[in-house]
Design a protein around this ligand. Sequence first.
Ligand SMILES: [Zn+2]
Length: 465
Amino acid sequence: MPNGHNIESLLKGGSTAWNKLRQAGKIPREHTGATLVHLFSANADLSGLELVGTEWEKCDLSKVSFRESDLSNAYFHGGRLQECDFRGCNLDGATFEQIKLVRCDFSGAKGLENLELQQVDLDRVIGLGGEEAGSAKSSSRPTSEEQGTDGHLPFRPQDLPASLISRGLKANSLAPAWVLDVPGLRLSVEVHPPTGASLEALYREAVRARLSGRSAFRDADAVGRAQAALRLGSRDSPFAALYLSEVGIEPVFRFSAARQLRTALKAEIEIDDPTAAVDPRTCAALSVLKLPQEAAEFLGEAKRRLCAAHLFTALLEAGFTPEHNWDEAVDSSERAQELAAMAGLGARADLEQAFRAFAVLPEEIRLRRLAYLAESVAHLEALARLPAGIEPAWLAGPEARECHEREMTFVESLRAKDIPDKVAPLALAELGVPIGHVPEDSDDDLFIHMRCAVCGREKLLIQSP
Ligand SMILES: [Zn+2]
């Protein structure tokens, strides 16, 4: 072929471009003896071509059509052919060796009596004269997928983030401490023990104890520091809330930390990066403290980022890069297309830009982003499921809720019409509402009924929308 534009370089340019050239009649029929190595291609139209004696080394072909083409004496070695169309083609003297064929169709192919199959894994293949053709090797070998065929891993966007992260971390003997921030993912890796006496380290140590079936050490000094951090709404408040939860102690302050937690979450959500991490400790703390307001608003963005990080991690694991056929890989898989759509990066140019930015990050950072996003989304979903009105909105002056050095506990939230029946004396004392009357102009308000756990004092706060 002229100017070095052989079939291999043309196919590597992507099947869309290839198919266009074919339709325009710019591709010759004759490609005898061509060699294709590590080709990934989806939907390429190779029908009716002279592919006599071609060699296909470790290629991953999906929905490629060889219909009516001449593949006599062709040699396919390693890799995987999925949903490829071999109907009516000539396979006289051809060989398939150490290859996986999934849902390929050989109906009406010629020369099958001289087709050689060696260590071929047949999965729902049509037209090869029965499954005994695959008896050279057992026909279902999940381990061959696990290990990856011939050194490169299959592209599996359908795997859960936890599987991708576990596989990614297995290269190191001990995983980094941030793995303890995502206990919900149940990653099967050994973790470096945390060190230090910070609330963050103590929380991680408590998670590590729980995951290994021990109970966490309850340190009176740490409990006091944690309660104080919540009351002050300090930067440590997420670790404080989670440490208390791990050691089974009720937080005596919740609303005082609400503003800090919300501000921290909002700052991460506002970062202009389609795969930026969201700290699962912040989200888990909001969940533990039952502070659900606006979680649903943040959930959408967190989910979009998770889909992008999930897709990109699966692509990179399987060896696709922004320079290498990732676009076709996405098109070849329904799950990948779903992830790309949910990532909210509709235009391919945006998706590519995000992938480029993600691909240059160090691997551990990429895995941490995926882990943090997956764990955060689970917590934000739990928050979004809390019934409306369970707690009032983010409010100024959490000290209005304090009595006896703690926040009063939530009893119930009421509508104005419930006041005369349920809390009439309290409404009179606190808000001056006459007994037997419904508070005026309060149809949309929530009345939060609270009680001090120490002295029993009650209080009624109005929460206007
Ligand atoms: Zn009290």
